[in-house]
Each structure stands twice: as C-alpha cells, then as structure tokens.
Design a protein around this ligand. Sequence first.
Ligand code: PLP
Length: 386
Amino acid sequence: MLHNTHLQQLQGSYLFTEIVNRTQAYKAAHPQAKILRLGVGDVTRPLPLPITDAMHRAVEELAHLDTFRGYGPEEGYAWLKQAIIEHDYRPRGVELEQEEVFISDGAGSDLGNLSELFDTPNRVAILDPSYPAYVDSSLMAGREIEFLPCLAANGFVPELPKQKADIIYLCFPNNPTGVVLTRTQLQQWVDYARANKSIIIFDAAYEAFIEDPDIPHSIYEIEGAKEVAIEVRSYSKSAGFTAVRCGWTVVPKASGLNAMWMRRQCTKYNGTSYIAQRAAAATYTPEGKAGTQANLMHYKHTAQLLMNGLQAMGYEVFGGKNAPYIWCRVPQGYTSWSFFDHLLNDCQVVCTPGAGFGPSGEGYVRFSAFSNRKDCEEALIRMKGL
Ligand code: PLP
C-alpha cells in the first residue's frame, strides 16, 4: 500500500487547531482568566425560533409512518432549490434551472470535493492570504499553485495570474481581509477565465454581509460567468448554520461540468439531511428572514464597533464593512503570531494570525465580528490598556 504522499505537503497543523491549542494551553495555566474570542469565524447567536421550529417539525415527520422519509435526492429537494432560485438569484437578475443548484452540507465539503472534477496537471491560482481549504485541497490533489498576493499596496485586490491558471479560487467578500470586488473588477476575472478556458470557483460564503448596492452578490451577475464559474454558498454565516450544516453549489450547464458533478454526487454524496434542508427552507419565510436579518445586523454592528475601536487606538484596519472580518496591521516589531501571543498573554484576547492564511498574511491579524457586543467592548478596553 502506498500513501497519498501529496498529503505530506500540507502544513503540520491546521491553522484553527493551532489557535485552539495555544488558547487551551493558556487557559490551563490561567484557569481564572476570562478569554475573549475574536478569532475563529464561528457564529455565536442562537438560531431564530422559526428555523428551530421547522427542524422540530421535520423531526416529528420522521417519527410517523405516513410522513417518514428515507434517502432524499442526492442533489437536494426541489422545494429548497426553487426557494434559492427565487430568493437568492432572481431578484438580482440571475436565472438558474433547478438542475444547476446542488444542496450541500456546507461550503467546506464542496470547496474540497470540486477539485475532483479536474485532472491533476491543471494549474491553480489562489489568493494569498486565503481561507486554507483551497490550498489544502489543491495540494492533496497534487496540483501546482500560483499564489496571488493581496497586499496593502494593491488594496488587497489580486492581480491576474502571471502564468495561465486553469482553476482559480476567488472568495468575495474575502476571508480574511474583508475586501470586496466591484462589478468591473469581477468582470476582469470572468473575461480572463473565458479567454484562458479556466474555471473560477467562487466562494461567496459571506455574501449576506454585502451592504454597498454596487457590489455583486453572485458571480452570475457578471456577463459570461455561467460559462466559467461555479459558485459555492453556505447558510453557515448568513443564517447561523455552522452546526446545522447546509449550503449549496451552483454548477451551470453552460460550464460543461454540470452532468459530471451530478454523477460524482450520486456516487459519493447521499444528500443533505432532510432536517437541515427544512431548516434552510425556513430562512426564506418572512419570520425566518426577520430572525436571520436580526442576527446579521448584530454581527454588522459588532464589526463596526471593532473597526472604530481599533482605528481610534491607531491601528491600521481594512475590511469590516461588507464582511464580518477586520484585517488589522500588527504594530512594528511584531510578527502576526507574536502579536497573537501578546494579545492572548497580556489581555486574554484571541485573534487569528494573518500568517496562518498564507505568506502575504504576515504582518496582520484578523478579528472576527462573530462575537457579542460586551466581549468586543471589553476586548477594546483591555487592548487600550496594553
Ligand atoms: N468559505 C469560507 C471563506 C469560510 O470562511 C468558511 C468557513 O469559515 C467556509 C467556506 C466553510 O463554511 P461551511 O460552514 O459552509 O462549511
């Protein structure tokens, strides 16, 4: 038996595991400390009642012979796909067919699994810094990666690849920088992909945080995108589903990949839980919408609070407006990990070191707005006292 040696290319420990380990070690040495977590991007607000009610009803259905269900369609129930088409795309002028929408158990799995659609020699372009899944899944597949630096000098907006890229991972609103792309900027990427016969895997996990009317929510708002883009979405951050697990992936027929993805899913994925899909459908009811909007408003306010507080202390900060993340330059003399340790040890605040997102993240840390107002206010007071 030969191992998949590509896995040895991966960094020893996953970024968020390392953060948890350091935080736990601190907690073990200082059991009384109240640690304020502004690091990992996990939601903190409970699910709105209309959504948990929908899950309770779904569980009840499974308890009775006449309403019980077994395996559902691998690609998801038609009622959820239709709700997505009508609520998430049609109001933005995007028409999709039900067969183009695949319900998933969240963005994370599909972002990794989509890699199976492509042959090994394809070259990949990935933003640096970026959410670790794109790099890790490309390395696991044994592909060569060109990193596209996103730095203060280019406004954290990547330049087009220097060498021809076959697969391009884009994430906007961006994790970790919080930067968004305008329509014109996104059109350049679609044009590049069309000219080079590349495919864009567009991660729009933070779409719900967009406030500026000029910022596209879906890549399909851009002319020609259906030929060259797969879009990955999630209810995790928009509706607080990090534990429930539900999202969707759009593989347009015009991309030439739709039938292949369907075939792959039928073999390797037996569908998203019925309960999770009923919960997702409940986010589109007026009550469900009101509940998720209230949670989103909370995170948006927290982002604003952190931005203002950090700025007032003289930190140079980016993002935070159409995204739940604040990208903050570390003070002179620190690396991103040494500043992480400084905040943990000296004010018990957890952030995420930028270097964990790629080499261009060095010199920055990320603060997450997925917290409560009181903790953010306290974190800012403690940081002021440093
Ligand atoms: N994409 C980005 C950019 C993320 O930040 C995350 C999670 O933090 C995901 C995808 C994965 O989300 P999900 O919970 O839907 O798997």
